[in-house]
Design a protein around this ligand. Structure first.
Ligand SMILES: Nc1nc2c(c(=O)[nH]1)N[C@H]1C(S)=C(S)[C@@H](COP(=O)(O)OP(=O)(O)OC[C@H]3O[C@@H](n4cnc5c(=O)[nH]c(N)nc54)[C@H](O)[C@@H]3O)O[C@H]1N2
Ligand SMILES: Nc1nc2c(c(=O)[nH]1)N[C@H]1C(S)=C(S)[C@@H](COP(=O)(O)OP(=O)(O)OC[C@H]3O[C@@H](n4cnc5c(=O)[nH]c(N)nc54)[C@H](O)[C@@H]3O)O[C@H]1N2
Ligand code: SF4
Ligand SMILES: [Mo]
Length: 739
C-alpha cells in the first residue's frame, strides 16, 4: 500500500532544505532535511545547531523510513471477528471516535471510572502534542488506573528530586562540558545517547573532558561502549550499587572529605547521614559489590578533590531493587562534595519555557493512594507498571476492564510481558493511539493512528529541561501530512470533546467546575500546540518570542548551564533535608541486605548447585526501545538479540559461542543465540529489550523477519524497586541451558 503523501515528485520539482530535529531519543539532534515535494531526499546533522553541532546517529535517517513505511497506519482501523478469525477494517475518523467514546463510557457506566486504565508510553514525552493536549482527554477519565513507561525506567529519579529539591523535574544535570571528573553508573550514553542528560555528540564531549585533563570512570557489570573509552572501568555485581554508593559516602565522612561549600547554608541533617552510612564501609561492602575497597576510597577522594566533579547514574541503577537509594546517594555525593549547583558539577537547567517555574507541572506526590491488589504506591497520579496486569486479572471492585494505550508497547516493554499479553486479551474494550499494529495494539478494538514525526511541528517541552546546555528550538513540519490524517493533539482534543458530551450525565462534580472544565477543553482543544507555546513564552518573561524562535529553526543558544538551584530554593524559603524519611527508614534494611560480616555467604551455594545467573539489559545505537525494528537499515546485519555470557560461565555449562540457548526465569522461557565474551562480569548475562516480534497478528513485515525474543518474557513483575515499585529489570535470576 504505497501512499500518495510521499510518492516521488516530478523530476523538475525543486529540492529544498529544511531545518528540523530528531525526536527519537533524548539527544534531540538538530537535522537538515532535503525535501523534494513531499518526499524526504536526505537527512543530515545540522552543523549550526547550538546543542548537537552536526551530530546524528544512524536512527535519524530512519525518520524517513518511518514516514514511508507501508506498514504505518494512516487511517483508523477496527478489529472485527468473523468465524473466529480476527480481521482489521478501515473506518472513518468519525466512526472511530464514536466507537472509542462509547466503548470507554460503557465500561465506566458499568464498573466505575477506575475500571478504565491508561498506559502512556515513552514517545508521549517526545511528541509535544501529547503533552499539551493529552490531559484534556485523559484527566476526564477520572481514573486512578494510570500507568506509564516512567515506572519501567526513571521513576526513582523523580521520587528523589521531589524528596530533596521539592519538584519531580528538579533533576540537576551533569555539566559534562566543564567537569573534570565524571563517574557514571548504570548508563551507557555512547549507545543510548544520554538520558536525563540530553547530550548529543557525547563522544566528542567525553574527548574534550579528557583533553582538559578530566577523568571518566564507568561502573557497570558490562564493559560497555562507554566503559571502553573511559579512563577506568569497574565491574560491579548487578543490584549492589546502593551498597557501593553508601560506601563512597561513608568514605567522604571517614576521610574528612564532606565539604559542601556554598551548599552548606541550605543543607540540613548532614550528621544524620554520617551516622546512617556508618555500617557501610568500603571494606565491608567489597564482598557484596565486587569492588575493591582501595578503589572505592580512591574514587571518593578523586571526586572530592576534582575541581568540578559529578556522579551520574541512570537506567541501570534506577531499575533495581534499591533504585531510590541509589539515586538519593548519587545526589548526596554531589551535594556533600559541593558539586550540586556549581560549574563542572550538576546544575538545574533554565529552558525558555520552564514547566517548573510556570507551574505547568506539579511538584509531585508519593503514596497518596495505593494499588488495589498489591498496595503499591502511586507517584504523581500514576501506579507502577509492574502491577498493571494483576489489576486486570484479579476480579473484584476496581478491576481494570478497559484500556487506553498511547504511544506505548507494554507487551514488550514491561516486566512479565506475557502475563500482560494475556490480560489485554481479556479486556472488555481497548483503544490504542498508535501508528503501528504491534504486539500491544493487536489487542485493541480500535486503533487511532496519528501523523508521524516529520508531518508535524515540534518544540521540546521536556528534554530542553534536561539538556547539558540551555538552548531553545522550534521546528516546523518537514513534509505535509497525508490526506485526512490527525495529529496526536487533534485526536486528544476530539476525544475530549466527544467524551465530555457522552459522560456529562455521569459527572458528579460541582456545576461550576464542570462548566469550567468544558470551557478549558473548548478553548485549549482548538489551540494548536504552537499557539500554546507562544502564550507560554509570553508568560515566561524569558524575552524569547515565538516569532523569534520561528525565524531560527536551527535553534537559539541560551548559553552554558549556570548555578540557580540555591537561589531558587531560597526564593521558596526551602532547605534541603539530606535524609528524607523514605531513605532513613530504608537504610536499616540495606544494612541487613548488605551485612558488614559477609564472609562465607557467597560460598554457601554448594559446588554442585549451579547459582542463578543475573540478567541485565543492553542497548544498541541502532535500536529505539521496541518500535524502530521495521526499518530495514536499523535491523540489517548480524542478529543483535543475543545473550552475552562470560567464557567461565559458558564453559561451566558446556556452551559455545553462536549456539542457541534457552533462558528461563520464574515467569517464562525464551530461546536466543549465545555470544560468549569476556566483556561481561562472570555470573551476569545480558540481553537487549524491545525484541520479540514473532507474536501472531502484528503488521510489521521487516520486524517480523528479524523477530528476536523479548527479555520481558523473563523479567518479573514481582521484582520491583522497594520504595517506588519501579520495575527492577537488573539482576533478574535466570538459568541458561542448551536447547
Ligand atoms: N540506541 C538507543 N538509545 C536509546 C534507547 C534505545 O532503546 N536505544 N532508549 C532510550 C531510553 S527510553 C532511555 S530511558 C535511555 C536509557 O539510557 P541509559 O541509561 O544510558 O541506558 P542503557 O544503555 O540501557 O544503560 C544502562 C546500563 O546499565 C548497566 N546496568 C545494568 N544493571 C546494572 C547494575 O545493577 N548496576 C550498574 N552499575 N549498571 C547496571 C547496563 O549494563 C547498561 O550499560 O536510552 C534512550 N536511548
Ligand atoms: N527489560 C527491559 N525493559 C525495558 C527497558 C529495559 O532497558 N529493559 N527499558 C524501559 C524504558 S527506559 C522505556 S522508556 C520503556 C519504553 O516502553 P514503551 O513506551 O511502552 O515502548 P516503546 O517501544 O517506546 O513503544 C512506543 C510506541 O509508540 C508508538 N509511537 C511512536 N511515536 C509515536 C507518536 O508520536 N504518537 C503515538 N501516538 N505513538 C507513537 C510506536 O509505534 C510504539 O508502539 O521500555 C522499558 N522496558
Ligand atoms: S542520537 Fe540519533 S536517535 Fe537520538 S536524537 Fe540524535 S539522531 Fe535522533
Ligand atoms: Mo526510557
Amino acid at each position: 500500500m504505497a501512499h500518495a503523501s510521499h510518492a516521488a515528485a516530478p523530476a523538475d520539482t525543486p529540492v529544498t532544505t529544511r531545518h528540523g530535529v530528531c525526536n527519537l531519543c533524548e539527544a534531540i539532534c538538530g537535522l537538515t532535511f532535503q525535501v523534494q515535494g513531499n518526499r524526504i531526499v536526505s537527512v543530515k546533522g545540522n552543523e549550526a545547531d547550538p546543542l548537537s553541532r552536526g551530530h546524528i546517529c544512524p536512527k535519524a535517517v530512519a525518520l524517513k523510513d518511518l514516514h514511508e513505511d507501508p506498514d504505518r497506519l494512516r487511517q483508523p482501523i477496527r478489529r472485527v471477528t468473523v468465524d473466529g478469525e480476527t480481521r482489521w477494517e478501515p473506518i472513518s475518523w468519525d466512526q472511530a471516535f464514536d466507537l472509542v467514546v462509547d466503548g470507554l463510557a460503557r465500561v465506566r457506566e458499568a464498573y466505575g471510572s477506575s475500571a478504565v486504565g491508561v498506559y502512556q508510553g515513552n514517545p508521549n514525552v517526545h511528541n509535544w502534542g501529547n503533552i499539551t493536549h493529552g490531559h484534556l482527554f485523559l484527566s476526564q477519565l477520572k481514573t486512578r488506573a494510570r500507568f506509564s513507561a516512567t515506572s519501567a525506567d526513571q521513576l526513582p529519579h523523580h521520587v528523589v528530586a521531589h524528596a530533596l529539591y521539592g519538584h519531580q523535574l528538579a533533576i540537576p544535570i551533569p555539566d559534562i562540558d566543564h567537569t573534570r571528573f565524571m563517574l557514571i553508573l548504570g548508563g551507557n550514553p555512547l549507545a543510548s545517547n544520554g538520558s536525563l542528560m540530553t547530550v548529543p555528540d557525547v563522544r566528542a564531549r567525553f574527548k574534550a573532558l579528557k583533553a582538559r585533563g578530566g577523568k571518566l570512570v564507568v561502573v557497570d557489570p558490562r564493559r560497555t561502549e562507554t566503559a571502553a573509552i573511559a579512563d577506568e572501568h569497574l565491574f560491579i555485581d548487578p543490584g549492589t550499587d546502593a551498597a557501593w554508593l553508601l560506601a563512597l559516602i561513608h568514605t567522604l565522612f571517614d576521610e574528612g572529605l564532606a565539604k559542601p561549600g556554598a551548599l552548606q547554608s541550605i543543607l540540613d541533617q548532614i550528621d544524620a547521614v554520617r551516622a546512617a552510612v556508618e555500617p557501610f564501609s568500603p571494606e565491608a561492602m567489597a564482598a557484596h559489590t565486587g569492588i575493591d575497597s582501595a578503589a572505592t576510597r580512591r574514587l571518593a577522594r578523586e571526586l572530592a578533590h576534582a575541581d568540578g566533579g559529578v556522579v551520574y547514574g541512570r537506567m541501570g541503577v534506577s531499575t533495581q531493587p534499591h533504585g531510590v537509594v541509589c539515586q538519593w546517594a548519587i545526589q548526596v555525593l554531589n551535594l556533600l562534595t559541593g558539586n550540586v549547583d556549581r560549574i563542572g558539577g550538576a546544575m538545574l537547567t533554565q529552558p525558555a519555557l520552564n514547566l517548573i517555574d510556570l507551574k505547568l507541572m506539579g511538584p509531585g506526590h508519593l503514596g497518596a493512594w495505593r494499588s488495589r491488589v498489591r498496595g503499591a504506591p502511586e507517584f504523581s497520579g500514576e501506579l507502577p507498571v509492574s502491577v498493571m496486569a494483576e489489576e486486570m486479572l484479579t476480579p473484584g471492585k476496581g478491576q481494570i476492564r478497559a484500556l487506553v494505550t498511547a504511544a506505548g508497547n507494554p507487551v514488550l516493554s514491561t516486566p512479565n510481558g506475557r502475563q500482560l499479553d494475556q490480560a489485554l486479551a481479556g479486556l472488555d474494550f481497548m483503544v490504542s493511539i498508535d501508528f503501528y499494529l504491534n504486539e500491544t495494539t493487536r489487542h485493541a478494538d480500535v486503533i487511532l493512528p496519528p501523523t508521524c514525526f516529520v508531518e508535524h511541528d515540534h518544540y521540546d517541552l521536556v528534554f530542553l529541561h534536561l539538556a547539558v546546555r540551555n538552548v531553545s528550538r522550534y521546528s516546523p513540519a518537514i513534509v505535509e501530512r497525508g490526506p485526512d490524517t490527525r495529529h496526536d493533539w487533534e485526536i486528544y482534543a476530539e476525544l475530549a470533546r466527544r467524551y465530555a458530551q457522552r459522560t456529562w450525565a455521569l459527572e458528579r462534580g460541582r456545576m461550576r467546575e464542570r462548566l469550567q472544565g468544558m470551557l478549558v477543553r473548548g478553548i485549549v482543544g482548538r489551540l494548536a500546540p504552537h499557539r500554546l507555546l507562544a502564550l507560554g513564552l509570553k508568560r515566561s518573561g524569558s524575552g524569547l518570542t515565538f516569532e523569534r524562535l520561528k525565524a531560527h529553526p536551527e535553534g537559539i543558544d541560551l548559553g552554558p548551564l549556570q548555578p540557580s538551584l540555591i537561589n531558587r530554593l531560597q526564593r521558596r524559603k526551602r532547605r534541603i533535608a539530606l535524609l528524607p524519611d523514605l531513605i532513613r527508614l530504608e537504610l536499616p534494611f540495606l544494612a541487613q541486605a548488605f551485612p558488614s560480616h559477609a564472609a562465607g555467604t557467597a560460598a554457601s551455594a554448594t559446588q554442585t548447585e549451579r547459582p542463578a545467573l543475573k540478567l541485565i539489559g543492553r542497548r544498541d545505537v541502532r535500536t529505539n526501545n521496541s518500535w524502530m525494528h521495521n526499518s530495514e537499515r536499523l535491523v540489517s546485519g548480524k542478529p543483535r538479540c543475543t545473550l552475552w555470557m562470560h567464557p567461565d560461565d559458558a564453559s561451566r555449562r558446556g556452551l559455545t559461542d553462536g549456539q542457541t540457548v534457552a533462558v528461563s526465569s520464574r515467569v517464562g522461557q525464551i530461546a536466543v543465540p549465545l555470544h560468549v565474551t569476556a566483556d561481561i562480569r562472570p555470573g551476569v548475562v545480558s540481553l537487549p529489550h524491545g525484541w520479540g516480534h514473532d507474536r501472531p497478528g502484528i503488521a510489521l513485515q521487516v520486524a517480523q523477519a528479524h523477530a528476536g525474543a523479548s527479555i520481558n518474557d523473563l523479567t518479573d513483575d514481582r521484582l520491583t524497586e522497594r520504595i517506588s515499585a519501579n520495575a527492577a529489570f537488573s539482576a533478574v535470576p535466570v538459568d541458561v541451558v542448551a536447547v
